[in-house]
Ligand binder design. Structure first.
Ligand code: 13P
Length: 251
C-alpha cells in the first residue's frame, strides 16, 4: 500500500551552518522513535552533501528542490540529476509552482527533468496545483489534469509508479490560507481517478499524493485524515524542527 510521507521544502532559506543545525536537530528528535510516516527534507543544493553525511538518511530522506533539464555540459549555474544523486540525496522536487512561475518551467521542460531524475534513480516529488483565478473560475480540475498529463503521462506504468505527487494549490502556498480538508480530499480523489484512468487502479492506489500549502501543526491532522491525502509537503513550518516534528507526529 502507499506510503504516508511528510516532506519539508526549505526553499531558499538557511545558510549552510543553519541548515546543518536544523537537520541535526531533527535527526536527534527522531533518533529515539520510529515515525509512522516517511520523512524527507529538501534543503538547498549546496547543503545536500553535508547533510547526507551528517544525519541518518535511512530515517530522514534527503531531496533536492530542483534539477536541470539537461544531462551535463555548458549550462552555467545548473545542477544535474546525476550531481544531486552523487550527494547521497534520493529525491527531487520538480514542478513546484515557484519554479513554474518565476523560472518559466513549462510542462515540456518538466517532462525532461522527470526523465533525467528517473534515469538517475531519484524519486521525483512532482508538484501540481491551480492559481486562485483558476480555482475561482472553476477550471481547477482541468488545470491539474493537464499538468499531470503534460509532464508524467508519457511514462511507462513502471516509471509512473516511482512518482510521488504533491497537490499544492498556489493560493494556499505561504498565504496562511489552507485548503479545507474537503477541498483537499476532493482534488486528491480527482487526481487518483485521473491516474486510475491512465494506469489502472493498482498503480493509482499505490501512489502517494501529498498536500502542500500553509500546512502546519494545527491543521495537519484534519488534512491528513482524508482518505486520499497521504501526507504533506511543508514549506514554512518545516524550518523549525519542533513544528516539523509535530506535523510528523500527526501520523
Ligand atoms: P508553505 O507551507 O510555506 O505554504 O509552503 C508550501 C510549499 O510550497 C511546499 O512546497
Amino acid at each position: 500500500m502507499r506510503k504516508n510521507i511528510v516532506a519539508g521544502n526549505w526553499k531558499m532559506n538557511k545558510t549552510l551552518p543553519e541548515g546543518l543545525a536544523l537537520a541535526t536537530e531533527l535527526d536527534k528528535m527522531l533518533s529515539g522513535c520510529q515515525p509512522k510516516c516517511e520523512v524527507i527534507i529538501a534543503p538547498p543544493f549546496i547543503h545536500l552533501a553535508s547533510i547526507t553525511a551528517t544525519i541518518d538518511t535511512k530515517k530522514i530522506g534527503v531531496s533536492a528542490q530542483n534539477c536541470a533539464d539537461k544531462e551535463s555540459g555548458a549550462y552555467t549555474g545548473e545542477v544535474s540529476a546525476a550531481m544531486v544523486k552523487s550527494t547521497g540525496a534520493n529525491y527531487v522536487i520538480l514542478g513546484h509552482s515557484e519554479r513554474r512561475t518565476y523560472y518559466g518551467e513549462t510542462p515540456a521542460i518538466l517532462k525532461e527533468k522527470v526523465n533525467l531524475a528517473l534515469k538517475n534513480e531519484l524519486t521525483p516529488i512532482f508538484c501540481i496545483g491551480e492559481v486562485l483565478a483558476e480555482r475561482e473560475s472553476g477550471i481547477y480540475f482541468d488545470v491539474v489534469k493537464s499538468q499531470i498529463e503534460g509532464s508524467l503521462f508519457h511514462l511507462s506504468a513502471e516509471d509512473f509508479s516511482k512518482i510521488i505527487l504533491a497537490y499544492e494549490p498556489v493560493w494556499a502556498i505561504g498565504t496562511g490560507k489552507t485548503a479545507t480538508p474537503q477541498q483537499a480530499q476532493e482534488m486528491h480523489a480527482f487526481i487518483r481517478k485521473t491516474i486510475t484512468e491512465k494506469y489502472g487502479k493498482n498503480i493509482a492506489e499505490n501512489t502517494s499524493i501529498l498536500y502542500g500549502g500553509s500546512c502546519n501543526p494545527a491543521n495537519a491532522k484534519e488534512l491528513f485524515a482524508n482518505e486520499d491525502v497521504d501526507g504533506g509537503l511543508i514549506g514554512g513550518a518545516s524550518l523549525k524542527a519542533a513544528d516539523f516534528k509535530a506535523i510528523i507526529d500527526t501520523f
